[in-house]
Write a protein that binds this ligand. Structure first.
Ligand code: ZN
Length: 318
C-alpha cells in the first residue's frame, strides 16, 4: 500500500517541533519567557519527543531569542525527549552547552547569495564557524545536527547547486554531525526536487541521517512529506499551529503544521508517540495567546470520524 509503513518496525516517525524557534523568532512582539516555556512543556506533555526549542543567536540580531538560556532552564526535561537549539557559532555553542541542550542545530545556506543575505557571511565563512563550534559540542557530549538551508531553491539564485549541498553535507559529517536536515527555508520544495536532492545525498553519503524541514509557502508541505515517507525519510520538522512567517512580510509563511502532520502520519499507520488531541489543545492555546488565526487545520476540524449531530448543522444547500 502506498504511504504505509514498510514493516512493523518501520512505523516510528520522529516529529521535531520547531515552532518556538522557527515560528516565534519572527514575532515582532516579545513573547514572555514563561509563555515560551509553557508551550514547550505542554508539547512535551503531549508526547513530542524532539524539539528545537530556541536559538542561541546574537540577542542583538534576534531579540525574540535573547532569553534562550532562561527558556531552557524552565523546561521540564524528560528522558527520551531530545531538546535542541539553533547554534550559529562558537559563542552560541558555549551558551547552548551551558544550558545543557541535547543537540546543537547548526545551519549554513546552500545558496551563496542567501548565505550573505541571511547570515551576512560567505558559505565558506559559515562553514568555518561550524568547524569552530563542533569541538565545543563534542567536548560536552552534545549531538550535532547540520542544517542545509535553502536546500530546495533560493529566491535570489533559483535552483541551488547540488555540489554546494554535497559540500555542506560532507563538512557536517566530517565535523561529527550525522544528522542532516534539509531546510525548505523559502518554501520552494516540490516532490521531484526533494527526490533528486535526497537521492543525491544518499548516493554519496549513505551514513547521513536525513530529516526534512518544510515550509508550507506554496501549500504542498504535506505532499512533500508524503514523498519523503516514500523515500524512507523518518524525521520531519513542523511547528505547532503552523506558526511562522513574518506578519510584516507577505509570502513568508510558516512551517508545516505539527498537528496536521501528526494527524496525517497516524492516519497512514505511523507512530509518533504523540497524543493528537493533546497536541491540538496546545495549538488552540498558542492560537489564543498569539491573538490571531493560525494556519493549522486539524485543531479546527478534528479527526475525520468525529461526527456532528444533524441538528447542529444548518441547512445551506436547500
Ligand atoms: Zn524553517
Amino acid at each position: 500500500m502506498p504511504f504505509a509503513p514498510r514493516s512493523a518496525d518501520d512505523r516510528f516517525v520522529l516529529v521535531t517541533e520547531v515552532g518556538t524557534r522557527d515560528g516565534f523568532q519572527t514575532e515582532p512582539k516579545f513573547i514572555p519567557t514563561e509563555l515560551k516555556a509553557e508551550v514547550i512543556n505542554a508539547l512535551i506533555d503531549a508526547g513530542v519527543r524532539s524539539l528545537e526549542a530556541s536559538s542561541f543567536v546574537s540577542p542583538r540580531a534576534v531579540p525574540q531569542m535573547a532569553d534562550a538560556s532562561e527558556v531552557m532552564a524552565l523546561i521540564r526535561r524528560k528522558p527520551g525527549v531530545r531538546l535542541s537549539a539553533l547554534v550559529p557559532n562558537a559563542r552560541g555553542a558555549e551558551r547552548a552547552a551551558a544550558a545543557t541542550v541535547d543537540m546543537m542545530a547548526c545551519f549554513v545556506s546552500a545558496s551563496e547569495t542567501h548565505c550573505q543575505a541571511n547570515l551576512n557571511k560567505s558559505l565558506d565563512a559559515a562553514l568555518a564557524d561550524f568547524a569552530d563550534l563542533a569541538p565545543i559540542a563534542h567536548q560536552s557530549g552534545i549531538a550535532l545536527r547540520g542544517a542545509v538551508a535553502t536546500a530546495f531553491g533560493c529566491p535570489f539564485e533559483g535552483e541551488v547547486s547540488i555540489d554546494n549541498i554535497l559540500k555542506l553535507v560532507e563538512a557536517y559529517l566530517r565535523g561529527g554531525a550525522r544528522h542532516i536536515s534539509l531546510g525548505d527555508t523559502t518554501g520552494m520544495a516540490t516532490p521531484p526536487v526533494v527526490t533528486r536532492t535526497v537521492e543525491a545525498i544518499r548516493a554519496r553519503f549513505p551514513e547521513a541521517i536525513i530529516a526534512l524541514h518544510f515550509h508550507n509557502t506554496r501549500g504542498i508541505g504535506l505532499a512533500n512529506v508524503m514523498n519523503g515517507l516514500e523515500l524512507g525519510v523518518r524525521e520531519y520538522d513542523a511547528s505547532i499551529g503552523g506558526l511562522g512567517g513574518c506578519p510584516f512580510a507577505p509570502g513568508a509563511t510558516g512551517n508545516i503544521c505539527t498537528e496536521d502532520l501528526v494527524y496525517l502520519l497516524h492516519e497512514c499507520g505511523y507512530e509518533t508517540g504523540i497524543d493528537i488531541e493533546a497536541l491540538a489543545a496546545v495549538a488552540r492555546r498558542v492560537q489564543e495567546v498569539m491573538e490571531r488565526d493560525l494556519p493549522g487545520q486539524f485543531m479546527k476540524a478534528g479527526p475525520r470520524l468525529r461526527l456532528s449531530s444533524l441538528q447542529s448543522v444548518r441547512r445551506a444547500a436547500g
